[in-house]
Design a binder for this molecule. Sequence first.
Ligand code: CP3
Length: 369
Amino acid sequence: MDLKNLKPAGAGDPTDTILDGSRFVRACLRKPVDRTPVWFLRQAGRYMQEYRDIRKHHTLVEICKQPDIAAEVTITAAEKLGVDAAIIFADLLLPLEPMGLPFEFQAGEGPVVHHPVRTADDVKALRTDRTDELAYVARAIQKVASHFRNRLGIIGFCGAPYTLASYMIEGGGSRNYIHTKQMMYGEPLAWNSLLDKLVAVLTEYCRLQVLAGADVIQIFDSWVGSLALSDYRDYAFEASKRLVRAVQAMGVPVIYFGVETAGLLSAMAETGADVIGLDWRQPLDEGWRAVGYSHAVQGNLDPITLFAPLEVLEKRVREVLRSAGGRPGHIFNLGHGIVPNTPVENVQAVVRMVREFHQEKARLELANG
Ligand code: CP3
């Protein structure tokens, strides 16, 4: 795989160095780095005053559809935190619209799809030929890429077929995924056709993000933990694997992330994703062992630790770093997204702690000869 991120340093910018720009991508590829890269799931969001200010004037979807604003939100969050990667500001559900499924975010309720997909005819009616309508995401990525040049890794993203299918079928978030599993078990032809259509759309969606400058693609299979291992293998794995391989063929590494996946990790790794995202319920070393050391891992601090006193927070941050064991291929992150009301200064403190851990380690190594 070519190291797309090793672009020449931007002319005239003294802070640009090849090592800086590629730290995150190098870790995705399990290459040695000067220190563990760090970024946060949902690093731009309601916990940040700058984001809340913009949200006073624009809805979430408006922000996503205006490349100037989406780029500004992305850049502001990454710079304020001092992280090694910027994830493009967008939402998992955006591809539903060009497929013919309008949705909205209702205050306090999350996403609502007005006419959920429930029958084979509903699946048949879904369109796969309008992915270029998502070009606004590509334009936002271009703006972020030209701002950071090679100083930070730029992450594009999409939902995994299973997780997006579950939103389309349930019509929103769900506790038990009854409608989704009913189609999965009871109407295998409709289910497979739905996943095929999603793989087609998501592949093109990722392609436009990569062409615009995304260095890495993260695939969010946020709700895959609702599946038993055998159901994951029988009904979700194949579509995820096809998407992972299609994106890798574009020349970028793929991060594949899910929540409550302790029982699924080795199967998820079989998709061939370069990096597996770990949630916080399992110690990182156990998760990495399950994934296998031929993959990098990303994670896995409990996002609610960010509400703890600094001493507790630091203890947990160090635990995560220590359990990575100095092996190349660890990207520090949370086990899931930052939640509203998280103190921003604690998120910044974590970035400092990750840096300090390495400085200390370097000093110790020097002292011990
Ligand atoms: O900084 C970043 O991480 C980039 C932005 C981002 C958003 N959504 C913006 C957003 C990302 C990466 C996502 C992905 C996303 N969207 C996921 C996968 C990540 C995960 O948490 O597992 C999912 C499941 C969604 C769907 C979605 N969007 C939900 C369930 C919600 C929550 C609804 C709520 O009100 O809490 C959203 C809304 C959303 N997407 C917000 C943000 C910043 C917050 C709502 C707002 O600004 O009004």
